[in-house]
Design a protein around this ligand. Structure first.
Ligand SMILES: Cc1ncc(COP(=O)(O)O)c(C=O)c1O
Length: 397
C-alpha cells in the first residue's frame, strides 16, 4: 500500500541525498523557502524602510496565523517570538508573585533552557519554583504527581507537552483542570508536540502555549511562537515588553500603553528573515494533515522499537503508543560516537546525554529508512568503526 504522505518528499531537497531522521531537532527545509527569502530581499532592496509599513509590521501576527490552525487556535491569538525561552520569559513577566501565591510548578524533565529562565528570572521576581521529579522509569513524569503539586499557592504551571529526551507525552488534561480549579494559569511548552501530534489549545484549555517551527514544522530557526488564550490576552501586561507591544508603536510615546490584541505579547524589532523562512513549512504540514502525520508516526516509531528489541538495543521511549511522541532514543553503547558515524554516512540523527541517539521519522520518511538507520548502528558497532570518532567530553559509555 502506498503511503500518501510520501507525496510530500519532493518538497524537501535534502531528502534526495540523505536519510533525514532528525526533524526533532531541525526539520528539513522546504524547497520554496528560497523564494520566500527572495521576497524579503526584494522588499528590502526595492522598498527600503517602506517595507515595514507594507509587509514587515504584520509578519509576527500573520505568521502566527499560519500556525494557529495547527494548534486549533483562532486568528489573532498567536504571535511569533525569537525563541521559546524568550516566549516563556514573556509569560512569567506578566504575573505577580505575592508570597501567598508565588509558586510555579515545573518538572525535572522540562527543557533546561526553559527551567533556567524560570529559575533565574521568575525567582528574582518573587516566585518559588516547585519541581516535580521524574517517575521511577526516568523517562516520564507522572501527571498525578504534577496534579498533587498544584494548590492554592500556585500561580502558574509550566510543563512540557512532550518531554524532549524521551518523547513521553504528558497527560495534560488533569493538570489543566487542577490548575484552573486552584486559580492558577497553565503555560504549555509544546515544542515537541506541534506538527507531530494533534494539539488543540481550546480542548486542552491552556492559557499559554509555546512552540517553534524549526523542528517538526520545517520552518527554520528563529521562528518560535506564543499562543495566548483570549481570556488572558488583554487581562495581563507582560513586563518583558517593548515598542512593538505599544498601542501606538510609531508614536514612540515615553509611557507604555499596551496594544489591545496579541501584539501586546511582543517586544522589540522582530528578525524578519526568520519569519519569511517560517511560512512554508507550516503550510505543507497543514496540507498533509496532523492526524495522518500522527498515525504514521505511531506506526514508524513502533517499527523502530521492534528493530531495537530484535537486537537487544536499549531504548528510552515509552512503549505505550498513546504516550509516545515522534522520537525513539536508542541508548546503544558508544552512542555519541555511533551518532557521529551515522552523520558521516548521511544518516541524520542527533545525540543527547541521558537519552542516546534520537531517531525521529517524520511524514516524509520512507519505511526502508528506518531499516537503514538501525543497520548503520549495527555496522558502526560490529565493525568497531565507532572508534574513528572522538568521544564527546572524554570517556564514552
Ligand atoms: C521542549 C523544548 N522547549 C524549548 C526548546 C528550545 O528552546 P529555545 O527556542 O529557547 O531554544 C526545545 C529545544 O529542543 C525543546 O525541546
Amino acid at each position: 500500500m502506498t503511503d500518501p504522505l510520501l507525496a510530500y518528499r519532493g518538497e524537501f531537497p535534502i531528502l534526495e541525498h540523505t536519510t533525514y531522521l532528525v526533524s526533532n531537532s531541525l526539520g528539513a527545509m522546504p524547497r520554496a523557502v528560497p523564494e520566500r527569502l527572495a521576497e524579503y530581499v526584494d522588499e528590502w532592496a526595492e522598498q527600503g524602510v517602506r517595507a515595514w509599513g507594507r509587509a514587515w509590521w504584520r509578519l509576527p501576527g500573520a505568521v502566527g496565523d499560519e500556525i494557529a490552525p495547527l494548534i486549533g487556535a483562532d486568528p489573532g491569538t498567536v504571535v511569533m517570538a525569537g525563541n521559546v525561552t524568550l516566549a516563556q520569559a514573556t509569560v512569567l513577566s506578566a504575573l505577580d508573585y505575592p508570597p501567598e501565591r508565588n509558586r510555579i510548578v515545573m518538572t525535572e524533565l522540562d527543557f533546561p533552557s526553559v527551567r533556567y529562565v524560570y529559575d533565574r528570572l521568575a525567582t528574582r521576581l518573587g516566585a518559588e519554583i516547585v519541581v516535580v521529579p521524574a517517575a521511577a522509569d526516568g523517562i516520564s513524569v507522572d501527571a498525578d504527581a504534577v496534579v498533587a503539586a498544584i494548590d492554592e499557592r500556585t500561580r502558574l504551571v509550566c510543563v512540557s507537552h512532550v518531554l524532549f529526551r524521551s518523547a513521553f507525552v504528558m497527560d495534560v488534561a488533569p493538570i489543566v483542570a487542577r490548575a484552573h480549579a486552584m486559580g492558577a494559569l497553565v503555560s504549555l511548552d509544546a515544542f515537541h508536540a506541534v506538527g507531530v501530534l494533534p494539539v488543540d489549545v481550546k480542548a486542552l484549555g491552556v492559557d499559554f502555549l509555546t512552540g517553534g517551527v524549526l523542528k517538526w514544522l520545517c520552518g527554520g530557526p528563529g521562528g518560535c511562537f506564543l499562543y495566548v488564550a483570549p481570556a488572558v490576552q488583554t487581562a495581563l501586561e507582560p513586563s518583558l515588553t517593548g515598542w512593538m507591544a505599544h498601542e501606538h508603536p510609531f508614536a514612540f510615546e515615553s509611557d507604555m500603553a499596551y496594544a489591545p490584541g496579541v501584539y501586546r505579547w511582543l517586544n522589540g524589532t522582530p528578525a524578519v528573515p526568520a519569519l519569511y523562512a517560517a511560512i512554508e513549512g507550516p503550510r505543507i504540514l497543514r496540507r498533509a494533515g496532523v492526524a495522518a502525520i500522527r498515525e504514521k508516526s505511531m506506526r514508524q516509531t513502533a517499527r523502530l522499537l521492534e528493530l531495537a528489541d530484535a537486537r537487544g538495543y536499549p531504548v528510552r521511549a515509552p512503549r505505550d503508543p498513546a504516550r509516545r511522541g515522534g522520537t525513539v532514543a536508542f541508548d546503544v553503547p558508544h552512542a555519541y560516537e555511533v551518532s557521529e558515524y551515522l552523520l558521516s554516512r548521511d544518516v541524520l540523527v542527533d545525540f543527547r546525554p541521558n537519552a542516546g541517539i534520537r531517531v525521529a521519522p517524520h511524514f516524509y520518511t520512507r519505511d526502508d529508512e528506518l531499516d537503514t538507520v538501525v543497520a548503520m548502528m549495527d555496522e558502526a558497532l560490529t565493525t568497531g568503526r565507532w572508534r574513528d570518532f572522538q568521544p564527546r567530553g572524554g570517556a564514552s559509555t
